[in-house]
Design a protein around this ligand. Sequence first.
Ligand code: PEP
Ligand code: MN
Length: 632
Amino acid sequence: MIVVLKQHIDTQDKNAVRSFLEKKGFQVREIVGDHDTVFGAVGNVSIDFREVEILDGVSRVIPISKPYKLASRELKNEDTVVPVGNVKIGGNRIAVIAGPCAVESREQMFEAARAVRESGAVMLRGGAFKPRTSPYSFQGMGEEGLRILKEAGSSAGLPVVTEIVGTRYADMMKDYVDVFQIGARNMQNFELLKTVGKIGKPVVLKRGLSATIEEWLMAAEYLMANGTDNVILCERGIRTFETYTRNTLDLSAIPVVKKLSHLPVIVDPSHATGIRAKVPPMALAAIAAGADGLIIEVHPHPDEALSDGPQSLYPEEFENLMRDIQALSPVVGKEIECLPEDLPPAVKEIRLASKTGTGGISFQGVPGAYSEKALHAYFGDEALSLPCASFRDVFDSVLNGSAEYGVIPVENSLAGTINENIDLLLRYPDIAVTGEYRLRIKHNLIGLKGASVENIEEVYSHPQGLAQCGEFFEEHPGIKSVPFYDTAGAVAHIAEMKDPSKAAIAGAEAARVYNLEVIKAGLETNPRNYTKFFIISRIERDASENPNRAVIVFSTQDKPGALLKCLNVLAEKKINMNKLESRPIHGKPWEYMFFLSLDIPEEKTVLDDALSELADYADNIRILGKYRVKRP
Ligand code: PEP
Ligand code: MN
């Protein structure tokens, strides 16, 4: 059952409720949510709920209707994010685990680890105990294989995951592995589940060959009831009548499980299909279906593999797949998880600071704004966000040190440049651009719980939000659009008014922050709606490593061909330009500053040479920032 505690319960009452439940024989887990704190009480105990409901500090008691309790979303509404070393599986990230089917040799594992690490995998796989269909097939290298796996993992800075096939290996294995894998054939080996659960390390739990979703979640419950909260479910294909592929990848299991459970779900397209060429399309399909990650077999020389060669990707194929995942991730509103050392320096610094509750980052708007979403996607969910009333306040907060960084929108793919922020960049010489982030803008109709489109009379939002949902208003001529100063602010306003005939248009995050409901999702007329944000810092903190993008400004003389000459310098040096904007210079009518975003060529001196040549034709050249973008 779920025991919902009153909001301001004191520690004494809380302890009393906990010990009451424990004395009755329940296992108690405390879960702190956005709005409530609850105790999840599970166990083979029958009790009259009213006995609990009358305890001081208890708000209400809710039974859990599903046979799995700890794994159920009824108990815990927020997604579980499983930490493995410095990486995280779940939430708004896509974590990719890769490596060969089996550990075969030192050379093979070190080569595999280096290759998958370079392409962006965050964990290394490799079986040392292989549950093979035939007793005559390669059975794995055993403990020696684990030693090699661990060494290869640490040489590349990757945590490792490997399969445990029997309870007797548990003690020996626990010092070698970061994550245990329970294989499909062992999903219902309850003794193994109990033993591994007790170790408390994270577990990848494969779905059994013929297991229903409920049986799979019950297996997760075994792990959780025995002591680990960190279970990663892995769909790897099930047995059907189809024989063309090795198994049938049940992609529909992903949204089903994500509704039933808070646990992260990853997909193994390698064992699901058994055919190399089918792995990349199914990997992308899994991400599109909402998977939190992938586990993929990659072998440095698949033709020589001792097991599962035909389904193992060549390292180049894996690199290509990672590029495709990178392109797909903003569409599903996620970011590819990467190792901390691959993060931009600003993000590294903020991740450290947020552990101590410092390192604020400012954005314009109220909590739940798109800018705040971009801020968290870039810096991580734990980053401390500081709302500001205006864009100018964001710049000032960064300049005066009350914020370490700021996040400002600079361009929307439909509405164009946000000139105010370009102008502020020009006017604040001590502010630098130190990164960028592209966010997909997905508008939602947000109202009171239980409200429906039919009963809505007025919809509030930022004028741009309203304009981007034109088709919705054409289809509902009875609904009046009301301009508001920002999208999330409109949601806060609806929450205050408590009128079921009023709604707002904003990001889904705002509905969560103000405890309202998404009445209709995807309201934007054009789904290809993205906003680019700049990350700004004080100029002396701008310290990007190995930058591949530069943002510069300059002015030209008022002479024929002046701009052409400047652009020619870039063209001759083969420097790709991805944005050019002109802005009027304040106080100098009809004179302009040009704002450019450029790709920095591999050969770094090329940009410096170009800038010094540019000085012959341009004035007031200023580099606003240089930074690294992933796979530009
Ligand atoms: C594996 O991942 O190596 C494996 C054997 O997978 P499964 O248990 O899904 O068959
Ligand atoms: Mn395999």
